[in-house]
Design a protein around this ligand. Structure first.
Ligand SMILES: Nc1ncnc2c1ncn2[C@@H]1O[C@H](COP(=O)(O)OP(=O)(O)OP(=O)(O)O)[C@@H](O)[C@H]1O
Ligand SMILES: Cc1cn([C@H]2C[C@H](O)[C@@H](COP(=O)(O)O)O2)c(=O)[nH]c1=O
Length: 214
């Protein structure tokens, strides 16, 4: 089972992914987690991060160029995803293709049925051959809470200074709206929305729900 966790910067995706991982392991399942972008493992991922921290000239100003970098990072992981799926009951992806759709559309002030969302779908699920996830979990934390967590993390961890997307409150707000639209439309497969109203998500409960298909 391939599960993608999606949401805003600072929403708590990594924390939730760890919680799900532990919950499924406790049930005796073989679980693997893969984070995107694959920092320090993929040149394209590192180029994207560097661009979002002000390097590489005007690279970050191009929505499509940034999206291609993120997509090529994932394309380089197609075999790895297949191998992980072959050896595990559950593979958790911390961000996946929908991140590219949501952030690109938000940057272009488009919504979930805008042109760039269709372009991401054709590029990644089409030409690059990425597998569609069995379930996409949208961690629907408010922009305010996600922003507060991202700011707190930036002060607490010296290597986690906020990047250009994280500093842009308007972009985060629009990204949240696009994510909601993608989930409502069932973009790329089935979605489960959790954490709305900033309620705490119990990873063990969610792990059980995802397995039973609820
Ligand atoms: N449920 C929670 N309650 C309190 N703090 C949380 C919770 N979830 C995450 N945090 C904290 O918020 C910060 C961001 O969390 P996390 O790294 O999991 O977010 P993320 O969505 O993976 O972020 P990004 O996409 O920017 O990497 C971290 O400092 C984390 O400890
Ligand atoms: C994978 C991916 C990410 N992004 C955006 C989302 C974030 O703002 C940055 C960096 O990701 P991180 O999880 O905060 O490290 O990049 C994107 O636009 N498209 C993608 O495919």
């Amino acid at each position: 089972m391939l599960i993608a966790i999606e949401g805003l910067d600072g929403a708590g995706k990594r924390t939730l992914a760890r919680g799900l991982h532990t919950a499924w392991q406790r049930r005796g399942l073989a679980v693997a987690t893969l984070d995107f972008p694959r920092y320090h493992r993929s040149v394209t991922a590192d180029l994207a991060a560097e661009a979002l921290h002000g390097e590489h000239g005007d690279l970050a100003s191009s929505v499509y160029a940034m999206a291609v970098l993120f997509a090529l990072d994932r394309a380089g992981a197609v075999d790895e995803i297949a191998a992980l799926r072959a050896r595990h009951d559950v593979v958790i992806l911390d961000r996946y293709v929908a991140s590219n759709a949501a952030y690109s559309a938000a940057r272009l002030h488009q919504d979930a049925d805008g042109a760039v969302v269709g372009w991401v779908e054709r590029l990644e699920y089409g030409r690059l051959g990425l597998p569609r996830p069995d379930r996409q979990v949208l961690l629907d934390v408010s922009t305010r809470l996600a922003g507060r967590r991202a700011r707190h993390r930036a002060t607490a961890e010296s290597d986690r200074a906020r990047d250009a997307y994280e500093r842009d409150d308007g972009l985060q707000r629009r990204t949240g709206a696009v994510y909601a639209g993608l989930a409502a439309a069932g973009w790329g497969g089935r979605w489960q929305v959790v954490g709305g109203g900033d309620v705490a998500v119990d990873p063990a409960e969610l792990a059980a729900t995802l397995l039973t298909g609820g």
